[in-house]
Ligand binder design. Structure first.
Ligand code: C2O
Ligand code: CU
Length: 438
């Protein structure tokens, strides 16, 4: 991925220009595809800075429709959240907007539009935002080779043209549109040359509209060292990590095999509701090609994150939500929260300093990845105890599944959105707002 050029010599300021623009890119054999992009590349330029640094983005919209940039997962001030019409007016064609904020947390984040988001993200607008700790990448010598991987998919027809964002009608909206081909860093079936025995750290971002990424490297074990909000305080061993749309996972793996082996890193169907696994087969995202030479034995991997301060539910204000669907008077499908679509919903009141205990219940037959803007939250386990991890995008399983979490609001008042990160669902009304006041 291209790295955005820094226009400011100050080491603590990353000043970049990003342009929303159409571009022709070769995604697979045949004619090039006419896409929407950030600055002409897919994914958009990677932004990388250190915790506490200032990010200044001069954004220009050269598309023929309004757009914005939302900084997914970043605890920024409300006017910089990029969520029109509530935090700013949309950036109209030919207009500019400066995003200017400090990045308070180290971790793996990403950026994408928040106007007609299923369409615009589906057309190619997304990029990685990586925030390193102030002292530099965490113990690089312990972690081995690092790669940022933006996972996505795109809906192309036989002539490599983008498919209309409403193709398939309401049934496709209800399911959430998954495209072909599936892409890793904008490429189909790329190669990664890996040194045998050398630890690989893959920071993975799911930037697709609707596709859950369940991953498989021939059953080899992954260690998850980080998630939505940077490093975890506990390492998690898993052979089949699942990254929901909008979510991130920081995975460590030591690809095992003999010299010149090629290991397929695969997308594996994940059951998120009817049609998500039936007659579907794994897709190779990229191939890991093992070197002739072997690295020396890696040092043991140790957890690097500081322990998470556990929030307590005592005195927390309960907030109860249901993810729902209904048929509108004209017979069309409406998704919503507590029975009403976003445009009929009342914001959830909150005040600075308050802690809330949310219970999100999913009455539908499809799972939904729930995302809250601007704040990390702590999911609770079945006994109501915090799992000790900060998240911003978490799956709510289908058929009466529940997500319970605690959120504490710091002093950043404003209108903060929450929604399903299946962007077709968000656009169909499964979205709401927190009205945070002083
Ligand atoms: Cu990834 Cu409303 O955002
Ligand atoms: Cu959904």
């Amino acid at each position: 991925m291209p790295l955005a050029a820094d226009l400011d010599p100050d080491p603590h300021v990353l000043e970049v220009e990003l342009v929303a623009q159409e571009a022709d890119l070769q995604l697979r054999p045949g004619p090039p595809t006419h896409l929407f992009t950030y600055s002409g590349s897919l994914p958009g330029p990677m932004l990388r800075l250190r915790q506490g640094d200032r990010l200044l983005v001069h954004f220009r919209n050269e598309l023929s429709e309004p757009t914005s940039i939302h900084w997914h997962g970043v605890r920024l001030d409300n006017p910089m959240d990029g969520a029109p019409p509530h935090t700013q007016t949309p950036v109209m064609p030919g207009e500019t907007f400066d995003y200017d904020f400090v990045v308070p947390d180290a971790g793996t984040f990403w950026y994408h539009p928040h106007v007609r988001s299923a369409a615009q993200v589906g057309f190619g607008m997304y990029g990685a935002l990586i925030v390193d700790p102030p002292t530099g990448p965490e113990s690089a010598e312990l972690l081995g080779d690092e790669l940022v991987v933006v996972l996505s998919d795109i809906s192309l027809d036989d002539d490599n043209r983008l498919v209309e964002p409403d193709s398939g009608g309401e049934l496709a909206t209800l399911f959430g549109r998954e495209g072909e081909p599936v892409l890793a860093n904008g490429k189909q079936r790329a190669w990664l040359l890996a040194t045998r025995g050398l630890r690989q750290r893959w920071r993975m971002i799911n930037a697709s509209r609707s596709r859950y990424f369940q991953l498989d490297l021939g059953g080899q074990p992954f260690t998850q060292i980080g998630g939505d909000a940077g490093l975890l305080s506990q390492l998690v061993e898993t052979a089949a990590p699942v990254i929901v749309p909008g979510g991130r996972a920081d995975l460590v793996v030591e690809p095992a095999g003999t010299a010149h082996d090629s290991l397929p890193m695969q997308w594996v169907p994940f059951d998120r509701g009817f049609g998500s696994t039936e007659f579907r087969v794994p897709v190779t995202l990229f191939s890991v090609s093992l070197s002739e030479t072997e690295a020396s034995e890696p040092l043991p991997l140790s957890p690097v994150a500081v322990p998470v301060e556990l929030l307590s539910a005592e005195g927390a204000t309960p907030v109860d939500l249901e993810l729902t669907q209904r048929t509108a008077l004209d017979g069309s499908l409406e998704l919503g929260i507590n029975g009403v679509p976003f445009d009929e919903s009342a914001p959830i009141p909150a005040s600075v300093g308050e802690t809330q205990l949310w219970t999100v219940t999913n009455r539908m037959a499809f799972s939904h990845p729930f995302h809250l803007h601007g704040f990390f939250f702590q999911p609770l386990d079945e006994d109501g105890v915090s799992v000790g991890e900060w998240r911003d995008t978490v799956d709510v399983p289908r058929d009466d599944g529940k997500l319970r979490f605690l959120v504490r609001y710091d002093n950043r008042p404003g209108m903060w959105m929450f929604h399903c990160h299946i962007l077709d669902h968000a656009d169909a009304g499964m979205m709401g707002m927190v009205d945070l006041r002083q």
